[in-house]
Write a protein that binds this ligand. Sequence first.
Ligand code: KG4
Ligand code: ZN
Length: 369
Amino acid sequence: MRPLRSRIGVINARKLASVGTALRYDAALMNILGIETSCDETGVALYNTDRGLIAEALHSQVDLHAVYGGVVPEIASRDHIRCLLPLVRQVLNDAKVARPDAIAYTAGPGLVGALMVGGGMANGLGAAWDCPVIPVHHMEGHLLATMLEEDPPAFPFLALLVSGGHTMLIKVRGLGDYEIMGTTLDDAVGEAFDKSAKLLGLGYPGGPALAALAEQGDETAYQFPRPMLKRKGHDFSFSGLKTAVMLEVRKAEKAENLDENRANLAASFQRAAIDTLVIKAVKAAEQEDLERIVVAGGVGANRLLRSEISRRFAGTVHYPRMQFCTDNGAMIAIAGALRVADAASATEIKAQARWPLDTLCPPQSAQRA
Ligand code: KG4
Ligand code: ZN
């Protein structure tokens, strides 16, 4: 078996008191195991409702898919099967917990085969340990990842959810009370980063590589469009920006000067994409009188996005730490902790490729209150 290149570690535990009033649990002290397998990362974590995050582990499949230039669903499922149980063992060992009190798993949206590996494992372990399982919405996990930080945001807030599959502005009134204000009409912003990176010959997934190259370039070298800024509403569109990059790359290839322009193209693309996100997010927050913006999802790791949104927004901006912007088990564990009331006995594996975020409801306990 190939050795697991995992990020394993015991996280500094912290007291619930430090998380303010934003987090309320429906149960007494609990250890929640979180399992994430929606795409190409196998993530496992243990969250304690008193002490916070205790342990977490992540195995990235990125090398397996890189040769194909994108995620291959069957390879993803098979690798989750290979890695998940060892990671669960490792996390429980690190946390010194024999068995958790509940198991949260990503039930969608995502690749169905990959989701079924996590759902199958969660339900199997739940049946064996006689503990409840909690199906979690992947994007709600991203949204709640900031709750793992020292100073979590209070409701309500505006969420800018930016990943490889989503670009959304969401008015978050409370847990499970989400109004989608805007979404992308075509490519997600992470997809635009990845496709532009591919055009520039930066490999897969190119978002972080493009962002690194952009730091050496001149962002004013090319005037790329800031799509949809003049339109009413809060929707996004990134396919035109990607096409504009493609045309400039072709021009540079023809002129045989792509090498000297690569960093400038990366910087100019990044500036156009980030300006668009920031201007639209700030406008939406101001329109709704929201004092807090939460940035979440893989593109939330982008340094320019973080500095620009903090610079241009008068209110407070919250982010998860860098490692919890991209897919991970910790965000699923904390989402499960907040949704213990929705736990079911281990009888049914839920795996949904599509699952609109605004169909979620508050936890069942809140609905009864
Ligand atoms: O949230 P995530 O891990 O997976 C999905 O649910 O999609 O997001 C992955 C996306 C990829 O498109 C990746 O290129 C992008 O996030 N990404 C970045 C950066 N780090 C990750 N994009 C721009 N700048 C970054 N630093
Ligand atoms: Zn994700």
